[in-house]
Design a protein around this ligand. Structure first.
Ligand SMILES: CC(C)(COP(=O)(O)OP(=O)(O)OC[C@H]1O[C@@H](n2cnc3c(N)ncnc32)[C@H](O)[C@@H]1OP(=O)(O)O)[C@@H](O)C(=O)NCCC(=O)NCCS
Length: 143
């Protein structure tokens, strides 16, 4: 008899083999893919050891959180949990793990960009202790 993949969500570090499933999850979550091919994701993970997390359940990727340390500030990107796994503390746990990792690098402050109409995300980040700064984000595509 075949053993089914465990469906209990597990947080773990991103592995290069996760690239296609992570992209599929991000597209389903409404994120755009900028330079997120396998090479780009592997580069990000190598630059930020231990800070790129995914959530796996039933053999699928159902969550992600990317922490980055630029040498002055920490950044959080693509924190998301699939709808059927929300509100069970997975997002909070991923952020806590990344914050712990950033602290060990000496990072004094961490930023996250939140869409102006994303009330759920705003509530999530306030719960996690992130103040609203009021700054606007501006960006430019280089490729
Ligand atoms: C934001 C998101 C990552 C939260 O993930 P999650 O695993 O459901 O969050 P948690 O269960 O860890 O919630 C932690 C706390 O955040 C707050 N929170 C989370 N979802 C909330 C909601 N829908 N409404 C109000 N508060 C909410 C609560 O204070 C919650 O604590 P509680 O459940 O004990 O009350 C998830 O809703 C998501 O993937 N949204 C779509 C993608 C997105 O917008 N990402 C953020 C980009 S900046």
């Amino acid at each position: 008899m075949e053993t089914a993949e465990p469906s209990i969500p597990t947080i773990r570090e991103f592995q290069p083999v996760d690239g296609p499933a992570v992209r599929e999850f991000w597209l389903a979550s409404g994120f755009r893919l900028h330079g997120d091919d396998d090479a780009g994701l592997a580069r990000f993970a190598a630059h930020n050891p231990g800070l790129f997390l995914v959530v796996e359940a039933g053999g699928a990727i159902v969550g992600s959180a990317m922490g980055a340390w630029d040498g002055r500030r920490g950044w959080l990107y693509h924190v998301a949990v699939a709808a059927e796994h929300r509100r069970s503390g997975i997002g909070r746990e991923m952020v806590a793990r990344i914050e712990a990792g950033l602290r060990t690098t000496g990072c004094p402050r961490v930023n996250v960009i939140v869409g102006p109409e994303n009330d759920v995300a705003r509530a999530f980040w306030i719960d996690a202790g992130y103040e609203v700064t009021g700054y606007h984000q501006q960006a430019k595509d280089l490729a």
